[in-house]
Design a binder for this molecule. Structure first.
Ligand code: KE4
Length: 428
């Protein structure tokens, strides 16, 4: 008996008259899995509550930020205290210095940085720095990787676009898109050939160092080695888009996990503790080219906003405590092992791929290593799996091209509820 979503249905009808798809970000519309998206009324710890009173163990984690769970009391208190001192000044604050010093401690490669208000802004600005310092227009990205919706990056983007099967977005000027070269993730030969042919034109390579926007896909060691080698050999910058992987695959992100020293890094999500924050930064020689020190322009009214900075600072402070991240990573491993066991027992072809506190269930009989193999998975089955989980109070991200996120608030009870629901949903 499908659970009653009357209030959500009514709200969706009203919303759809005023917002495309009735949502403020496409993937929230559930087009990738079907059905009515529950409108969420509140969230606490690992749990969501929708407008019809249904509760769900949450694995969307607001797409990554909620690593401490929802409405963590100390994060909420920090936001409230900041709000009482004023929500925005448009002037420098001590908290921004504290935030930059905290980010630097976690990411030694980020010698200098700039705070912005979203991952899109961070990636867009990092591209501009790479193009500005090299004087080159060409960029390289990988099919299925998503770096926000800046024009140059909406070329075979993953995530929402992949769900809609739209390889490029209308509205992106062709003479801009031509500068974006798209390769297959983990394609070492393709990367080497492109640089052999066009190395002198390429400003940078940008990638998700562990993919999350076509599901959770780790890089091969050979791919990571080639990325560092060819960018250095041809004077192009290596940009790690760690908006999702930052503080998720390790406290210090994929660059800590894999021992890579990228030229530029983008952060978002966790770094803002659920409020709008992005960060881009890297080697000082490059970042000193950014206005007002240098000629590369970038600005933002709410950049370094006191509330977002307070939420981010408190999140990073709590995450630094020994055992906090490790606990969420251990919980993730327990869930992943349980899902693998249940799929095997049910005779279901599934790859459960995970790194740190993020994982994806791919319905495929072979490991998923790039966009082509992600697209070849049984996404109709994922839609049935997702719907059956939702009916039983477990909320996975509404697309087979996304990653599930585990928080420090997920405990044994949430794991038990999740695996019990998955046992049923694997038969859907
Ligand atoms: P935002 O502009 O959405 O803050 O960040 C863009 C972005 C950049 N880089 C990576 C690796 C990202 O994952 C994202 C955004 N992630 C998606 C989830 N796949 C956000 C969810 C959505 O689009 O609604």
């Amino acid at each position: 008996m499908p659970h009653d979503l009357s209030r959500s249905k009514d709200l969706l009808e009203r919303a759809a008259r005023l917002m495309p798809g009735g949502v403020n970000s496409p993937v929230r519309a559930f087009k990738g899995v079907g059905g009515t998206p529950p409108f969420i009324k509140s969230a606490q710890g690992a749990w969501l509550t929708d407008e019809d009173g249904h509760r769900y163990v949450d694995y969307c984690g607001t797409w990554g930020p909620a690593i401490l769970g929802h409405a963590h009391p100390q994060v909420v208190a920090a936001i409230c205290a900041a709000a009482g001192r004023g929500t925005s000044f448009g002037a420098p604050t001590a908290a921004e210095v504290d935030m930059a010093e905290a980010v630097r401690r976690y990411y030694p490669s980020i010698e200098m940085m700039r705070m912005v208000s979203s991952g899109t802004e961070a990636c867009m600005s990092a591209l501009r720095v790479a193009r500005g310092v090299t004087g080159r227009d060409g960029i390289v990205k990988f099919e299925g990787c998503y770096h926000g919706h800046a024009d140059s990056l909406l070329v075979k983007a993953g995530s929402g676009l992949a769900t809609f099967g739209v390889p490029t977005s209308p509205g992106v000027p062709a003479d801009l898109a031509q500068h974006t070269h798209t390769l297959a993730y983990n394609d070492v030969a393709g990367l080497e050939a492109l640089f052999e042919k066009r190395g002198g034109e390429l400003a940078c390579v940008i990638l998700e160092p562990v993919c999350g926007n076509m599901g959770c896909i780790p890089p091969s060691a050979a791919f990571l080695e080639a990325l560092q080698r060819v960018t250095k050999a041809h004077g192009a910058l290596l940009i790690f888009d760690e908006v999702m992987t930052g503080f998720r695959v390790a406290r210090g992100g994929a660059q800590q996990l894999f021992g890579v020293d990228p030229d530029l890094t983008c952060l978002g999500k966790v770094v803002g503790g659920g409020l709008p924050v992005g960060v881009y930064g890297g080697k000082a020689e490059y970042m000193r080219q950014v206005s007002p020190d240098g000629p590369i322009y970038q600005a933002g009214t709410l950049s370094g906003n006191p509330l977002a900075t307070a939420a981010g600072l408190e999140t990073l402070r709590l995450l630094a405590e020994p055992g906090v991240f490790e606990g969420a990573a251990e919980t993730t491993a327990t869930i992943v092992e349980g899902l693998r066991r249940l799929a095997a027992e049910a005779g279901v072809a599934a790859q459960v791929q995970h790194v740190g506190t993020m994982f994806t269930v791919f319905f495929s009989d072979a490991p998923v290593t790039d966009f082509a193999t992600a697209a070849a998975c049984d996404h109709a089955r994922f839609g049935r799996f997702h719907g059956a989980l939702l009916e039983q109070g477990v909320y996975f991200p509404p697309s087979g091209y996304e990653a599930c996120f585990v928080s420090t608030a997920h405990g044994p009870y949430e794991v038990e509820r999740t695996l019990d629901a998955a046992k049923v949903a694997l038969g859907a």
